[in-house]
Design a protein around this ligand. Sequence first.
Ligand code: HH2
Length: 276
Amino acid sequence: MFLQCGRFKLSLERPLIMGVVNVTPDSFSDGGHHFDAGRAIEHARRLIEEGADVLDIGGESTRPGAAAVDLAEEGRRVLPVLEALAGGKVPVSVDTRKPELMREAIAVGADMVNDVGALAAPGALAAVAASPAAVCLMHMRGEPGTMQANPSYRDVVREVRGYLSGRVAEAERAGISRDRIVADPGFGFGKNLEHNLELLRSFPELGALGVALLAGLSRKAMLGKITGREVGDRVHASIAAALIAVQNGAHIVRVHDVAPTRDALAVWRAVAGEKK
Ligand code: HH2
C-alpha cells in the first residue's frame, strides 16, 4: 500500500510520522512558540532532522473554543512557511479548512491538504481534485468553538466510520483517487474520553475504509485526563498512544514530538519484523 502525495509516493509498509508545525499564537500545546515564519521554518527543519516523514503546517488553531482566523491572516501565517519548505526532501501538508487557502498552498508546493472538515466546505473537493495533492479527511462532530460541549453518540465507532466512508466516496466521485486519501477519526474533535478510547480500541475496524489511516493523539486533553499531566508534560503518554494507534493499524501518526516517537516506532518495527 502507498500514498500518492504530491511529488511523493510514500510507502505505507512502515508507519509514517507527521510532524506538527503550528504557526499560531493560540494552539493548545505549542501556541506562540513558532509564531513567525522564521521560527516555524527552523522548527520544521528540526523535525525533519529528527525523522519526520511529512510536515503539517497549520495557521488556525482547532482546539476546543478556538477563535476563527480569516483567510488573509491564515495565508500570511502559513504560505511563507510552505514556500520555504516545499520542494524539499519531505512532503509538506497544509492544515486548513479553507478551500481558497488549499488552492494557494498547493500553488506554492503543498503536497497534501489536511482538512479537519473532511472537504465538506463548498469548493474544497474541487480544490484538491484539481491537483496531485493527497488529502486527510477527518471526522469532527460540531465546530471547534462548541464541539466539546456535550458530545453524544449512539455508537461512536459506527458513526465515525460511516461518516468517513461517505466522505471517502464523495472524494472519489470528485476525482480524488483512493491512493491519495487518508482518513482520520479525529480524536478530541467532538468526543469525550470514553469516545476517544473506544475509537482507539476499535481503530482496526477503520481498516475497512480501504484508505490510509491517520491518528492524531499527541499531547491531547484525553491524555491529560488519563495521566493528570499538563500539556507540556504529555510526551510519554503521547508516545504510548502513538504506539497503540500504530499497533491497531494507523499508517500515519501526527505528533509534536518527533524524535521520541521515531525511537518508539523503531522498537515496534524491530519487533514487528524487518518489512516494517
Ligand atoms: N488535531 C489537531 C489539529 N489538526 N488534523 C488531523 N488530521 N488530525 C488531528 O487529530 C488533528 C489535526 C489539534 O492539534 P494541534 O494542531 O496541535 O492544535 P491546534 O488545533 O490547537 O493548533
